[in-house]
Design a protein around this ligand. Structure first.
Ligand code: ADP
Ligand code: ZN
Length: 736
């Protein structure tokens, strides 16, 4: 199966050609090309890119193009095996050395390496740094040469990160021993401290640093109230998504319970947590990866080792520990760049549970509370609550946390899509605060609300609170509404709540300003609009064909004991369903179809599509789009005329007016001129944001067809914009 392809950089006309040949992609994602170029120049490189950003190709492509062997350090056996599996499946000569292999297997692989049959070797840090491995390293260097070190998950080197591995600290010895061999370090960690630490700990030498945006535009973020209907809503969400997902819970017990409950409701779900034995954990993970079961209910023990790119939703059924954890955990969705959904279920009661857990953080030896840690944990909890209750764009809150500014409406989170109505509740706030005052600042939220609503509870009578003036003045509002107001006041700093078990409410300066009518209070109401199932149904024949393609993919995957995503990613299948390529020539334009996969699977898929088209009297809807013009092609007078007007500063509309032609003709001229390398200023035609988003979309959907690009962008940009950006991108490609 493994068609071993040896290559050198000179074999390909451009980096794109190599990318298409090995991996099947038409263009680079933002940053990849610069990183790869730096690596080809033998520079040290530090890559900071979010999960799903496309880090692997940054070191895999140079490894294939450079002479010698690239050694990849990876912290987990599972990660290593997945990556090597995917490479081998693309016909790329890669292998791993780890403790799962017998001595004979190791021997065999080492022989292959020394014989120059391998380009990428994945090794665990313990093995690499072990002195018994040194002679082999030396033989590799003398027989085939070492092209570079790659340190994947490089944050493991830092104690400030979440997965510190002492063995990673040893890696600096590589730098000392082999000072001439470049190092590439990669991580998805967003914090500044860890980034700095990686550079120092690995001894990187004037590295090329690429820090990508941590924005993940394909993820839809939402926060839903966790009321009585939460479970039903989640079930509805799972049923609607059609794909795999992870549900995170706080405790092992809740994981077990929830998995069982979902099974009873006919949803194939399995539990995963640290209390299970290794074998069942692995078994559950494999069944999830192979799409045998769609839902994994897990504690955060289900983490770094998940290499499944097509996770379509991540639900947090309990509050995450902090914003960074939330970003990383929810970020396991949609690594393939396809739309995915991240839902956080939130209720105020959960906060109490977590606060209680924080109180339990004690020093294991003395039994004293760990004050410092408790403080940090409380602050982090506060940030999570703020995120959950925020009414502004979820993305801007998350990215702001990492020091990245993101302003405006992302159009792809609940707050942007269904803005919550804001109401003036100053009068209610005054009632509430005055009730707190009249109860002498000695009670918690529940009691205050009881008094406001005129409850007959014993506790109210016992304290004589049925006789105070605020008793029963709040009957017109529900308990939930008062609670919402109370929480809002606390969050706005207009009311204090003690952190002990009593959660006593007391007034502060701000409260008095409200009571003195010096300050209004606005409350954002939960919206009723936010539907569990936003509808984005495909046309029927596309849906049907997609289902057939998925079945074929699963068959082919099972017969080779591979996870289905290694045969083709979801988005490749979707493009096939949309464009129905019936010949290999058409098929190879689909994004994700490289040389190896064309040979391995092209016939089976085109046959199926052909059969489907015949049965349903369908054709291949769109022929291939116009090929880019060769640079020296004759450009006619009228184009040059348009160019001149453009260069004189006229807008396309003005040019159209002047020449008495339609605007879309002008755009076409400009696109062709762009592609042909004439000096058309794209920045005056398409905004920078649009350029970035369109390029990113094209890296996912491919650039051959425009409709999927526009669909991916949810129609936010016009075909004209997309055409222009594509023209510009193609011209850039030709120039290299
Ligand atoms: P990371 O390691 O940063 O989480 P991966 O390297 O696993 O990300 O890449 C995420 C997904 O994006 C993979 O499915 C990969 O095949 C895909 N991908 C990477 N680069 C490109 C590209 N240039 N065009 C299309 N898809 C890409
Ligand atoms: Zn938003």
């Amino acid at each position: 199966m493994n068609i071993n392809r040896q290559s050198t950089s000179s074999q390909f006309s451009s980096l794109e050609a190599a990318l298409k040949d090995f991996f099947g992609y038409d263009s680079f994602r933002p940053g990849q090309q610069q990183i790869i170029t730096a690596a080809m120049d033998n520079r040290d490189v530090l890559v900071i890119m979010p999960t799903g950003g496309g880090k692997s190709i940054c070191f895999q492509l140079p490894a294939l193009l450079k002479s010698g062997i690239t050694i990849v350090v990876s912290p987990l056996i599972a990660l290593m095996e997945d990556q090597v599996g995917a490479l081998v499946n693309n016909g790329i000569p890669a292998t791993f050395l780890n403790s799962s292999l017998s001595a004979i297997e190791v021997q065999q692989r080492q022989t292959n390496i020394l014989n120059g049959l391998i380009k990428l070797v994945y090794v665990a840090p313990e093995r690499l740094m072990n002195h018994t491995f040194t002679p082999f390293l030396e033989r590799m260097e003398s027989c085939v040469g070492l092209a570079g070190w790659v340190i994947d998950e490089a944050h493991c080197v830092s104690e400030w990160g979440h997965d510190f591995r002492p063995e990673y600290r040893q890696l600096v010895k590589l730098r000392q021993r082999y000072s001439h061999i470049p190092i590439m370090a990669l991580t998805a960690t967003a914090t500044q401290r860890v980034r700095q630490d990686i550079q120092t700990q690995l001894g990187l030498n004037n590295p090329f640093i690429h820090i990508a945006s941590f924005n993940r535009p394909n993820l839809y973020y939402e926060v839903r109230g966790k009321g009585k209907n939460a479970y039903q809503e989640m079930v509805q969400l799972i049923r609607g998504v059609k794909g795999s997902g992870i549900i995170y819970c706080l405790s092992r017990k809740r994981v077990e319970q929830l998995a069982r409950q979902l099974q009873q409701d006919g949803i194939m779900a399995l539990p995963y947590h640290g209390g299970m034995d290794d074998q069942s954990r692995l078994d559950h993970q494999i069944r999830f990866t192979k799409d045998d079961i769609p839902v994994m209910v897990a504690t955060i023990a289900f983490g770094m080792g998940i290499n499944k790119p097509d996770v379509r939703f991540v639900v947090h059924y309990d509050l995450p520990r902090n914003i960074e954890a939330y970003y990383q955990e929810s970020g396991r969705a949609g690594r393939d760049g396809e739309l995915a959904r991240c839902t956080l279920f939130f209720n105020l009661k959960d906060i109490k549970t977590i606060e209680w857990m924080i109180e339990q953080k004690l020093d294991p030896t003395s039994g004293e509370p760990l004050i410092g840690e408790q403080q940090i944990a409380r602050q982090q909890l506060r940030q999570v609550i703020d995120y959950a209750q925020s009414t502004v764009c979820r993305r801007s809150v998350q990215l702001g946390y990492f020091g990245e500014s993101f302003s405006g409406n992302c159009g792809h989170c609940d707050n942007c899509r269904y803005p919550r109505p804001v109401e003036d509740w100053t009068v209610e706030a005054q009632k509430f605060l005055s009730c707190v005052a009249r109860c002498q600042e000695r009670f918690g939220m529940t009691h205050i609300i009881d008094v406001l609503r005129g409850s007959r509870k014993d506790k109210v009578r016992k304290h004589g609170h049925e006789r105070i003036s605020t008793y029963g003045i709040g009957k017109d509002r529900s308990v939930d509404e008062w609670r919402l107001l109370g929480r809002t006041l606390i969050q706005l700093g207009l009311l204090n709540e003690s952190t002990d078990d009593f959660a006593t409410l007391s007034l502060n300066q701000g409260s008095w300003e409200v009571l003195r009518k010096q300050r209004p209070v606005q409350v954002s109401l939960p919206t009723l609009l936010n539907p569990v199932q936003p509808s984005n149904a495909l046309p029927q024949e596309e849906e049907e064909l997609l289902a057939l393609l998925k079945t074929l993919r699963k068959q082919l995957a099972d017969s080779q004991n591979l996870p289905p995503f290694m045969v083709f990613h979801d988005n490749s299948l979707r493009l096939m369903a949309q464009y129905r390529p019936q010949t290999l020539e058409e098929f190879k334009h689909i994004s994700g179809v490289g040389q190896q996969k064309l040979v391995l699977y092209g016939d089976r898929f085109t046959e199926l599509i052909h059969q489907y088209c015949q049965d349903h009297e369908l054709t291949t809807p769109v022929t291939a789009p116009p090929k880019p013009l060769p640079r020296n092609q004759e450009i006619s007078e009228t184009y040059l005329d348009t160019l001149q007007l453009h260069q004189a500063g006229l807008t396309p509309i003005e040019i159209a007016d002047k020449k008495s032609i339609r605007v879309d003709r002008v755009i076409e001229h400009l696109t062709i001129l762009l592609e042909a390398g004439y000096a058309v200023d794209i920045n005056t035609l398409v905004s920078l944001t649009a350029q970035t988003e369109i390029q990113q979309a094209m890296s996912i959907t491919g650039e051959h067809y425009l409709a999927p690009v526009r669909k991916y962008l949810q129609g936010r940009y016009s075909y004209d914009d997309i055409k222009l950006v594509r023209g510009w991108v193609r011209c850039q490609q030709l120039q290299r």
